[in-house]
Design a protein around this ligand. Structure first.
Ligand code: SF4
Ligand code: SF4
Length: 489
């Protein structure tokens, strides 16, 4: 049996060990402020309760930072759009740097880096991406926050779902869903704005002159965002997202995921005052308040073991810790823990876990090459092609002539006026099209250079020469190409 199958077997708790000792709703709990919640799962929309805590704070911090990404197309850098995928001209502009098709390997490395980061994070702590960073999660969390502000707490939201369609319900539902749809459309718009002049796109939309492609993409992405985050909600994470299906291959027995400590929690049961002469029931620490289920955005009960729908957001940990605090019991009845921890084994450090090492190694490799590539990517690239037929021409004055095709790539967002020159042989002359070469941003300028040199000054049939290109408008932009001057043997 594979390791994953073993793992699944161990994770699925034996239901016979879970006992629900019902002692009735207790005044004791009311006194300490623990709310006994009715949970709604199975067929009904999940309206998760929001409570504070460590993991909620992390989500609250990460979500706005993530949403700021959508401001990317509106940022300006040196008078140009800071991030622009210029597909018609096959250029990617980022913060003044232009990545042309020949540098596309860097984008491939970026994708590899993030894929490995995702795999490494999953191996360490499960669906971390889903819990904190995935757009679906962030949007869903934002939408449910808006819903709570407009309609009220989860109980009111559930009641409104069941209520007949009155004017009040139409008003509340209409308002919330209009906001959801607007956010969806803004999402679609911001996505398209990465691929075109963002401010021009706004003008075109309002003037009704935007291209049908842009409008179609905005509408498709806008409705998709609305459908997945506002209508399907947690069902997207549970049943639609492919990552949920493949995560099993990335986890192992040392992966830390939110886990209910069944030995400590069971038999669960609600506390009640024990009358004199009555024997106190022997209960675990779980008071079956259901708060952990009520806060779960995917509506699952982590006490039943790990499930496909758990996005490892840790909100149930916050919930249970808040209950334990009130009960004056140790925190961590639900906590990030690995299967090996529950088997009594010591968690090895990350650098001793082969899976993490492999993912981390590939990440480091991709990251190092990427950093090198970004550090050495030149804003100007000079290419020199030697004329092959003939390789050289012997002139009537006895000197030798070589013909070179010069190509200058402008990777900046400014026009270049390039001065070309050459040296390396005594008394050599440069002729041909040696006026300033005008190269538009993100394009390639081409010209021909003729080099003439006295035969006596050549060092055999191949004499090293250097071709220089310098932008006269920005002299710091310069390149040198080592070439060969070819002469007779
Ligand atoms: S695990 Fe914690 S939050 Fe969940 S029902 Fe038990 S005591 Fe309540
Ligand atoms: S079970 Fe806990 S960690 Fe998993 S999704 Fe629900 S609240 Fe988040």
């Amino acid at each position: 049996m594979s390791e994953e199958n073993n793992m699944t077997k161990k994770v699925d708790y034996d239901p016979s060990r879970i006992q629900n000792v019902e002692h009735g709703v207790s005044n004791t709990l009311d006194n300490i402020g623990v709310e006994l919640l009715q949970i709604r799962v199975g067929g009904e929309t999940v309206h998760a309760k929001r409570i504070g805590g460590f993991f909620r704070n992390i989500k609250t911090i990460i979500a706005p930072i993530w949403l700021l990404l959508f401001l990317g197309p509106y940022l300006q850098w040196d008078g140009h759009q800071a991030i622009l995928w210029d597909i018609p001209n096959r250029q990617f502009h980022i913060l003044g740097l232009t990545i042309l098709p020949q540098d596309i390997w860097m984008l491939a490395l970026i994708l590899l880096f993030f894929a490995m980061a995702l795999a490494a994070a999953s191996a360490v702590a499960g669906r971390l991406w889903c819990g904190y960073f995935c757009f679906q999660t962030v949007w869903m969390d934002t939408f449910t926050w808006i819903e709570e502000k407009i309609i009220g707490n989860p109980n009111k939201q559930a009641a409104l779902d069941k209520a007949p369609w009155t004017w009040e319900k139409i008003k509340l539902k209409g308002l919330t869903h209009s906001i959801f749809l607007s956010i969806g459309m803004l999402t679609g718009f911001s996505f398209v704005a990465f691929f075109t002049d963002s401010l021009q796109l706004w003008q075109d939309i309002f003037a009704g002159t935007a291209s049908s492609t842009a409008v179609t993409v905005i509408l498709v992405l806008g409705f998709a965002t609305y459908f997945f985050a506002a209508i399907l909600r947690e069902q997207t994470c549970v049943g639609v997202c492919p990552y949920a299906r493949i995560q099993g291959a990335m986890l192992d027995k040392q992966t830390m995921v939110p886990t209910y400590d069944i030995d400590r929690g069971e038999p669960r049961g609600r506390m009640k005052r024990v009358r004199p002469g009555e024997e106190a029931p022997k209960l675990g620490d779980c008071i079956d308040c259901n708060l952990c289920v009520a806060v779960c955005p995917t509506g699952i009960d982590i006490r039943s073991g790990q499930q496909l729908g758990c996005i490892t957001c840790g909100l149930c940990i916050d919930a249970c810790d808040s209950v334990m605090e009130k009960l004056d019991k140790p925190l961590g009845l639900i906590r990030y823990a690995s299967l090996e921890e529950f088997e009594g084994k010591t968690q090895p450090p990350l650098f001793k876990r082969p899976r993490v090492l492999v993912y981390g190694g590939i990440m480091a490799f991709a990251g190092a090459i990427l950093v090198y590539g970004l550090a050495t990517i030149a804003p100007m690239k000079l290419n020199v092609l030697h004329e092959r037929a003939p390789l050289f021409v012997m002139l009537s004055d006895g000197s030798i002539q070589n013909k070179l095709t010069i190509k200058v790539v402008n990777k900046t967002n400014k026009v270049m006026q390039v001065k070309l020159s050459a040296d390396g042989i005594a008394n050599m002359r440069v002729e041909g099209d040696t006026d300033l070469l005008l190269v538009e941003p993100g394009s390639v300028g081409s010209t021909t250079m003729l080099i003439k040199a006295p035969r006596a000054n050549l060092k055999g049939d191949n004499t090293p020469v250097q071709i220089h290109a310098q932008d006269v408008l920005h002299p710091e932009l310069a390149q040198t190409y080592d070439s060969m001057f070819i002469g007779p043997k």
